[in-house]
Design a protein around this ligand. Structure first.
Ligand SMILES: Nc1ncnc2c1ncn2[C@@H]1O[C@H](COP(=O)(O)OP(=O)(O)O)[C@@H](O)[C@H]1O
Ligand SMILES: Nc1ccn([C@@H]2O[C@H](COP(=O)(O)OP(=O)(O)O)[C@@H](O)[C@H]2O)c(=O)n1
Length: 218
């Protein structure tokens, strides 16, 4: 059983995915972390994330136990920008595809299902997912959520920079040639601009139930 959750930055994908995974006993993979790790690896090696060869090399070196995947440095805006640059490189996407598909088909810990969140889960990584959600919100709402999150994590951030970075990333993610950000034709689109996390969760559970017959454990 695979649940695909896609959407733009700070729309609430990760929050929703973790809650869905907990409720159904599924494993959760935040695929954005993989792209962030590749971007940060390139920066640390002194490279340019938009350089195809450097980005592809870093992607082929990433493996599920790599310690960079746990680093808080992956959460910064700098990491997010680097991620969206390496994410436009076809070799990077190809290198990360196996990792993601293996997680979906063999969820760790023998879990009965997997929730993957990202930009292209319902369209490219798991086009046969039993339930697909596309979570979105206005860019202003998303920038405000991300700013508060960064402040909570103790990462310095300036409101106008977060908004501008988010717009730049939205444009890059939506306009790239390979696996652009867009809802799958069979995705349930959920605009969370005026919904809190509990409301989003309830609507998502109802949708998953309608598609799969599954109900969360009480
Ligand atoms: N429906 C919601 N309403 C308000 N804040 C939310 C909502 N969903 C998530 N958040 C908060 O917004 C921030 C970004 O959410 P996150 O789940 O990390 O988004 P994404 O994975 O899409 O980048 C987090 O601080 C999270 O707590
Ligand atoms: N499945 C995915 C996940 C992330 N990405 C890229 O990785 C970047 C960071 O993703 P993320 O999910 O960590 O970003 P946030 O939504 O958390 O801000 C995105 O801007 C995309 O460019 C992608 O291309 N495909």
């Amino acid at each position: 059983m695979v649940v695909a959750i896609d959407g733009p930055a700070a729309s609430g994908k990760g929050t929703l995915s973790q809650r869905i995974a907990d409720a159904f006993g599924f494993a959760h993979l935040d695929t954005g972390v993989l792209y962030r790790a590749v971007g940060v690896s390139v920066l640390r090696a002194g490279g340019d994330p938009a350089d195809n060869a450097a980005a592809a090399r870093a992607a082929y070196e990433l493996h599920p136990e790599h310690p960079i995947l746990q680093e808080v440095a992956l959460r910064t805006d700098e990491a997010a920008q680097a991620a969206s640059k390496v994410a436009a490189v076809p070799e990077v996407r190809a290198a990360l595809l196996d990792f993601q598909r293996r997680f979906a088909s063999h969820p760790p810990g023998g879990a009965p299902g997997a929730v993957l969140d990202g930009r292209d889960i319902g369209t490219v990584v798991c086009p046969d997912a039993q339930a697909k959600l596309f979570v979105t919100a206005s860019v202003e709402v998303r920038a405000e959520r991300r700013l508060r999150e960064l402040q909570r994590r103790g990462i310095p951030a300036i409101s106008s920079d977060v908004l501008e970075d988010m717009k730049a990333r939205d444009a890059r993610d939506s306009q790239r040639a390979v696996a652009p950000l867009r809802p799958a034709v069979d995705a349930f689109v959920l605009d969370t601009s005026a919904l809190d996390a509990d409301q989003v969760f309830s609507m998502a559970v109802a949708h998953i139930g309608s598609k799969t017959g599954l109900k969360p454990a009480a």
